[in-house]
Design a protein around this ligand. Structure first.
Ligand code: SAM
Length: 349
């Protein structure tokens, strides 16, 4: 079996496999621990959006899209229903690659249009959520006999190296998911896409427009509280996967329009200070650098969890998570802040 990812992916497409794992995906627990450690040790605190989407997070996001206040999904679906054929006429037949595809529900309009004019369409959804990918490929197989789905379970960055072999293609990025990035990440994202997408290929971006603040804020503060559960699930995931002790009842979901950044920002407000312990992410790994597998309190040096490829740590984070300064941003903080934690600097998302 080929070891480099583009070759492994080529083999998966050739054999009709429905799912292939990108490099680093099995290490996601370690990446999660590193990301949480870096974000909660920073000031102001932040968390990477990518980790919102475990199985429960993906399910909750799908529920959000069905809330009456959440107009973006309905609106984007209506646009795609109306214009998918026109889009296909512009691009001609090609492979469809979708970044952050989730359950691929809206994409079905594009798949219908593209499969009308080609014998066979290759669809490559890319997502960190393997549950969403599996459900999507099952639903597409049931609805479209002419569409081959070979999904990539991994991050955008890990999947982009396969783009060269998929030309002619259209890369799709819907749902205003670009808003999950901060400015530095947005620039890095476009550079990375530009570096991998051959000339003549297409990129279809779905983003919301600025509008009445009440409409925007209502969409992310639904009356049924699903978005609030989605935010809290991040902290529940930290508890579940990293053995933390965060009091979920102390967290308030806050979604507000930022006039400076001209975007919606989602935050978690803590109503009381908490000390958060995060334990070693993978039992059995030894901290070679420190000789032994006993958990260490690294509150003094939170950035040094990784030692020679092995990892075991316990972080005591005196998190000042209360009041307006204690908001934990679901958007990453400035890149400059992260330079203080080089060992934990997350790779491109
Ligand atoms: C806002 S949802 C959008 C889902 C769908 N495209 C839509 O428009 O309804 C973002 C999706 O991107 C995925 N995602 C988030 N960060 C990611 C990353 N860094 N790499 C790959 N997928 C990611 C999530 O799992 C989720 O399915």
């Amino acid at each position: 079996m080929a070891t480099d990812f583009p070759a492994r992916f080529r083999e998966a497409v050739g054999s009709g496999a429905t799912l292939v794992e990108a490099p680093g995906t099995s290490e996601s627990e370690l990446a999660f621990a590193r990301s949480v450690t870096a974000g909660l040790s920073d000031d102001p605190k932040w968390l990477h959006c990518r980790f919102l989407y475990d199985a429960e997070g993906s399910r909750l996001f799908e529920e959000i899209t069905q809330q009456p206040e959440y107009y973006p999904t309905r609106t984007e679906a209506a646009i795609l229903a109306e214009y998918s054929v026109a889009i296909r006429e512009i691009t001609g037949p090609r492979t469809l690659v979708e970044l952050g595809s989730g359950y691929s529900v809206k994409t079905e309009h594009l798949l219908a249009a593209y499969s009308e004019s080609a014998e066979r369409v290759l669809y490559v959804p890319v997502d960190v959520s393997d549950t969403a990918l599996r459900e999507a490929s099952k639903a597409i197989a049931e609805s479209f006999a002419d569409v081959q789905v070979t999904g990539i379970n991994g991050t955008y960055g890990s999947a982009l190296p396969v783009l060269r072999q998929l030309s002619p293609q259209m890369v799709i990025f819907l749902g205003s998911t670009i808003g999950n990035f901060n400015e530095a990440e947005t620039t890095a994202f476009w550079r990375n896409v530009a570096g991998h997408l051959p000339a003549g290929d297409f990129f279809l971006l779905g983003v919301d427009l600025e509008k009445d603040v009440d409409v925007l804020e209502a969409a992310y503060n639904d009356a049924a509280g699903v978005t609030a559960r989605f935010t809290k699930n991040y902290f529940a995931r930290i508890n579940r996967e990293l053995g933390a002790n965060i009091d979920l009842d102390a967290i308030e979901h806050v979604a507000m329009w930022s006039p400076e950044r001209r975007r919606m920002e989602i935050l978690a407000r803590f109503h009381m200070a908490q000390t958060i312990y995060i334990r070693a992410p993978r039992p059995g790994l030894r901290d070679k650098g420190r000789g032994g597998d006993s958990a260490r309190d690294q509150s003094q040096v939170p950035a040094t969890g990784a030692q020679g490829g092995a990892f075991r740590f316990r972080l005591r984070c005196e998190a000042n998570l209360h009041g307006s300064e204690g908001l934990v941003r679901a958007h990453p903080a400035r890149a400059a802040r992260r330079r203080r934690h080089p060992a934990l600097s997350p790779a491109f998302p």
